[in-house]
Design a binder for this molecule. Structure first.
Ligand code: SF4
Length: 661
């Protein structure tokens, strides 16, 4: 990793640094608030017409590696008249000091107050970041409620996967963007630029109206929600004639035209990932019914092998990282993945660069790829995700993996030298019984038994990792009931006992799980409507921060807030979480168009209950999920016929003085 420049950086005119710096010796990990990383950009404030503050609403160590924010940061900063800076959630120790000393939410790049920016874009990978959004808005000195904001306040724009149902935060954000951000941020920037150049006609309202008219920016204030006496939504309708009934997601079709990040940020403090990550394709058509990411990012769009090769070369040269991650929702499915892995392995043979791909596909091909990538002698871990313990539940979730496949695959990994594999499952799936979960123990035992037999060694292990199922909007499970936390916790207890029932096998099996309580709250936030906003606010007022962190999350705080707030609307926590929805219920996100046809989703939900599997449309005929015609897009897969190698040196890569501009 590169070390930061020792030359003092100039302090921007509107910087809070002189007030922030004296506080930093009193907080944990002060380096995370300093900025100046390789890849960071500080531009002249006065020369910029449009200014964005971009946030990932978690701590620096989680937020900095976020690809979405890094991409938008770079895309925006490449515009000559636009400036983008980053801000992250501050830990409670610094929040307290900032409040005591009147220091507002600041960007880490030039330590400018977030309130000074035109736009405040927040990317949500998970709904558990909502309380951190409120902290940032409040610390910035921006009114919490969008309705109370004036022309002097930034326009707060939500993005990321959670923006596909932004209703729980509809009171706090001004707008939400659905889908890919690269082109969307340019369009929003152009609208703000024009509006400012025209002298801000009509104020904030007119600006929001112009954004809403694009049909891909959702402005909640222009939509009214009516409720039925039983608490269900009756309808969501525009309250102005000139905004669309439905807001559509954005889809960036040509990933080769957007080869970002080109100048990845190199963290100063420890972060969860320290690597150059390149997204090798977007979208997934495997059709796992629980997977929101797979559904909302359709259709599949591959990045060509040539562009991937160039990005890896550029990214490593720029950053000095020693690790490359080839990311996507199912990386082994890229049509040129074999050539890509062997080409990169060849290219970096004899260097200290390690290559990895998230391995979730359960087949021997994945191990071949992992082997190819580990030619440099550095073996990354292998993770397989059968997701469901029994054949039956795997049909329900459309994860077509047989027990024999799994055992064969894991044994192949052991015989090829891996000593440890990780198996990922979910608990609380629709129709799940204790027996479905207990089959995970049988599977783990058989994996160890077969592995020992094949290798003749007792030195092999597997880790069973269990996550709680959360039904998500725009998936076939959007109608499903969640299991109560005590049911989940009971099943996990039984599973643990079953794994350890055979001491000899149990010793070789690690067991990691999340209990059911955070999942239930995530479920409330995922499928909530605008009334849930009052719960979020109450939790935040009662001290809720960093809800994605088990040491900060308080189930009690959420339950108490829900009990206090929701009955005033005639609903409760169970109503949002453990209640199954009916076919014709208006869902809070029905006016937000992910391209998926609601009738198709319902049919897939019914197929799930009948344990009927759906093929991948990448290899079989289109099954009419609706995305391609609705978005005027189509599946894009190779092979392109182009070669990864030889790579030619890319001009302008070696920047002489770091990334400061
Ligand atoms: S519309 Fe057809 S081809 Fe396109 S993603 Fe859906 S099923 Fe696949």
């Amino acid at each position: 990793m590169m070390s930061p420049s020792t030359t003092p950086r100039p302090v921007a005119a509107n910087s809070v640094w002189p007030r922030l710096e004296p506080l930093l010796p009193q907080v944990t990990k002060p380096i995370q608030y300093v900025g100046g990383e390789l890849g960071a950009v500080v531009k002249d404030w006065d020369a910029a017409t449009v200014r964005w503050a971009l946030m990932y609403p978690d701590a620096y160590e989680v937020g900095l590696p976020n690809q979405g924010v890094q991409i938008l940061y770079e895309v925006l900063n490449e515009l000559p008249d636009t400036l983008a800076e980053r801000t992250y959630a501050v830990w409670p120790d610094l929040e307290k000091l900032m409040r005591a000393h009147g220091v507002p939410q600041f960007t880490v790049d030039a330590h400018r107050p977030v309130r000074d920016f035109d736009l405040f874009g927040v990317s949500f990978a998970t709904e558990l970041g909502y309380t951190n959004l409120l902290t940032a808005i409040d610390l910035a000195g921006i009114p919490l409620l969008a309705a109370d904001r004036t022309d002097d306040d930034p326009v707060i724009v939500a993005g990321g996967h959670a923006a596909f149902n932004p209703e729980p935060i509809a009171d706090f954000v001004d707008a939400a963007v659905l889908g890919d951000g690269e082109e969307a941020v340019l369009e929003i920037t152009a609208i703000v630029r024009d509006w400012k150049a025209e002298g801000r006609p009509g104020g904030r309202d007119e600006l929001l109206l112009r954004l809403a008219r694009t049909e891909s920016v959702y402005v909640p204030r222009f939509y009214d929600v009516d409720y039925l006496p039983d608490g269900r939504i009756q309808r969501v309708v525009p309250n102005r004639a000139d905004v669309p009934f439905r807001v559509h997601k954005r889809t960036t079709m040509d990933l080769d035209a957007w080869p970002y990040p080109k100048k990845p940020l190199v963290p100063l403090a420890e972060t969860v990932h320290e690597r150059y990550a390149v997204e090798i394709f977007r979208g997934c058509t495997r059709g796992c019914r629980f997977c929101q990411a797979g559904m909302i990012t359709r259709p599949v769009r591959e990045r060509s092998i040539t562009t991937v090769g160039q990005m890896v070369q550029q990214g490593l040269e720029f950053s000095g990282f020693h690790e490359v991650g080839l990311l996507s929702l199912s990386s082994a499915d890229h049509s040129e993945i074999g050539d890509m892995c062997s080409g990169l392995a060849e290219q970096y043979k004899g260097t200290n660069v390690s290559l990895s791909l998230p391995s979730t596909r359960v087949d021997a091909f994945n191990i071949e790829l992992a082997q190819e990538l580990s030619r440099n002698g550095r073996r990354t871990g292998l993770t397989f995700a059968p997701e469901g313990g029994s054949e039956r539940i795997r049909k329900v979730i459309n994860k077509m993996v047989s027990k024999d496949d799994l055992i064969r695959t894991v044994v192949t990994a052991y015989t090829n030298g891996w000593r440890q594999v990780k198996l990922y499952f979910m608990c609380g799936l629709p129709t799940e019984t204790d027996e479905d979960v207990l089959e995970i123990a049988d599977m783990a035992h058989e994996v160890i038994r077969a592995g020992r037999a094949a290798t003749g060694s007792k030195d092999i292990r597997c880790t069973v990792s269990i996550g709680g199922f959360v039904p998500k909007p725009h998936t076939p499970f959007q109608w499903a009931a969640m299991a109560r936390p005590e049911v989940i916790d009971g099943r996990l207890k039984l599973l643990k006992q079953a794994i350890n029932a055979d001491r000899s096998l149990g010793r070789a099996i690690g067991f990691r799980y999340h209990d059911g309580e955070p999942s239930l709250i995530e479920g409330l936030l995922s499928r909530g409507d605008r009334r849930v906003g009052a719960v979020i606010r109450k939790v935040w007022e009662n001290g809720g921060r960093f809800d994605g962190w088990s040491e900060h999350f308080s189930y009690q705080r959420w339950v108490e807030a829900a009990d206090e707030v929701l009955p005033t609307f005639g609903v409760d926590l169970d109503w949002y979480t453990t209640r199954e929805r009916e076919e014709l219920e208006v869902l809070p996100w029905d006016h937000l168009d992910s391209g998926l046809d609601k009738d198709w989703l319902w049919q897939d939900w019914q197929d799930s209950l009948s344990e009927y599997e759906q093929d991948d449309c990448r290899w079989t005929p289109c099954f009419d999920c609706g995305v391609c015609p609705a978005m005027d897009t189509e599946i894009q897969i190779g092979p392109t016929g182009r070669k990864l190698l030889p790579l030619t040196p890319v001009n302008g890569l070696r920047l002489p003085t770091g990334a400061q501009q």
